[in-house]
Design a protein around this ligand. Structure first.
Ligand SMILES: NC(=O)c1ccc[n+]([C@@H]2O[C@H](COP(=O)([O-])OP(=O)(O)OC[C@H]3O[C@@H](n4cnc5c(N)ncnc54)[C@H](O)[C@@H]3O)[C@@H](O)[C@H]2O)c1
Length: 330
């Protein structure tokens, strides 16, 4: 059976690891946080990030990249977007030339405004690279809730190989050739999830949330089209699908963080109090910068970015959004 190495022992990587472990693969888990990894190995459960999911199968835990990677047929980068570059640069020298690589991170690198695949191509042959996105709370994947996601690769055989590896009767995988659209949708929806949480925290209802999600899809599609993505992707699993799951659920830390902000907590305090990486808080600035770079109007992203940075309070942001000049919906 294949050996699958996960770089990062967080919630989604752990959930995905249970799929391949159940198929009989050898699972290597690498993380820079040694105490966390030790707790995980002792409990055979990720008590820090995915409580209640027992790790059954051929699991091995590593704090050394080379040992974790030398026999890996597949490598899954399973960490937050802002940590991807340091992880990939440390791992790349030890990844076999024939290994296939998948990345789960949803975000845009803050300093460079690069998507994850643009960071990856500095280190690898992109014919071996796959991104995965779609509505997939780790908490649900980990307990086998039926889930559908998409994968994308420059090379169809690579996308199919990863899809074969992770497909089960509870985890369905579509192929989408539009990696750019998938990466943008997966990143910007985390910003919208913060906004949806703010709406919830303010005590507003379903109308407000539905309006924000729908107009959020409109603005991420505008950005995508300006950058060369396909509009269908934003209506698919990585777009509307992930938007629904992230903007309506307490499983989402972006949503929970926004909720605290809506209830009046200082944004930085809210981010810290979640205790885990809140991708949307970082992506807001990157998405705002991309909107400026490509000359695309993204009023909701801009409002959320300004709230996060303390430039606007939530009620002024709401006034600004609701008071925009009338325009055609389409
Ligand atoms: N949680 C989910 O349900 C879910 C679902 C789909 C996609 N995602 C995306 O997956 C990415 C990871 O999120 P998560 O929730 O699984 O992560 P997490 O926050 O639960 O855990 C991240 C892990 O990465 C480790 N890490 C950080 N830097 C590292 C490095 N340089 N080398 C090795 N390990 C390192 C941390 O120690 C931690 O164990 C995010 O971009 C997120 O948006 C998450």
């Amino acid at each position: 059976m294949a050996t699958v190495t996960f770089i990062g022992a967080g919630s989604f990587g752990t959930a995905l690891s249970t799929i391949v472990a159940a198929k009989g693969c050898r699972v290597n888990i690498f993380d820079i946080d040694q105490p966390h990894l030790k707790r995980m190995e002792e409990a055979m459960e990720n008590t820090d990030y995915l409580k209640g999911v027992k790790l059954e199968g051929d699991y091995h835990f590593y704090t050394d990249n080379e040992a974790a990677l030398k026999d890996a047929d597949y490598v899954v980068f399973a960490l937050p977007a802002q940590h991807f570059r340091s992880a990939i640069s440390a791992a790349a020298p030890f990844i076999r030339d024939d290994a296939l690589v998948m990345n789960i991170a949803k975000g845009i690198e803050q300093k460079t405004l690069k998507r994850m695949s643009e960071v990856a191509e500095e280190y690898f042959d992109m014919d071996r690279y796959v991104c995965i996105s779609g509505p997939s709370h780790a908490e649900e994947v980990g307990i086998g809730v039926p889930t559908a996601v998409s994968v994308s690769s420059r090379k169809t055989e690579t996308a199919n190989a990863l899809a074969d590896l992770f497909t089960t009767n509870r985890f369905r995988i579509y192929i989408n050739e539009d990696m750019l659209g998938m990466e943008l949708a997966g990143s910007v929806k985390n910003v919208m999830a913060v906004g949806s949480g703010i709406i919830d925290g303010l005590g507003f209802g379903d109308n407000s949330r539905a309006a924000m999600m729908t107009r959020g899809i409109a603005e991420m599609t505008r950005l995508g089209l300006a950058m060369g993505a396909r509009s269908e992707t934003f209506a698919g699993l990585s777009g509307v699908g992930d938007m629904i799951v992230t903007c309506t659920s307490m499983h989402s830390r972006n949503f929970r963080c926004g909720r605290l902000i809506g209830q009046g907590m200082d944004p930085e305090e809210a981010r810290k109090s979640i205790g885990m990486v809140v991708e949307g808080m970082f992506t807001a600035e990157a998405a705002y910068q991309l909107s400026k770079k490509f000359g695309v109007e993204m009023p909701i992203t801009e409002a959320i970015y300004n709230v996060i940075n303390g430039k606007l309070n939530v009620s002024d942001a709401l006034e600004a959004l609701m008071g925009r000049p009338r325009k055609s919906e389409i």
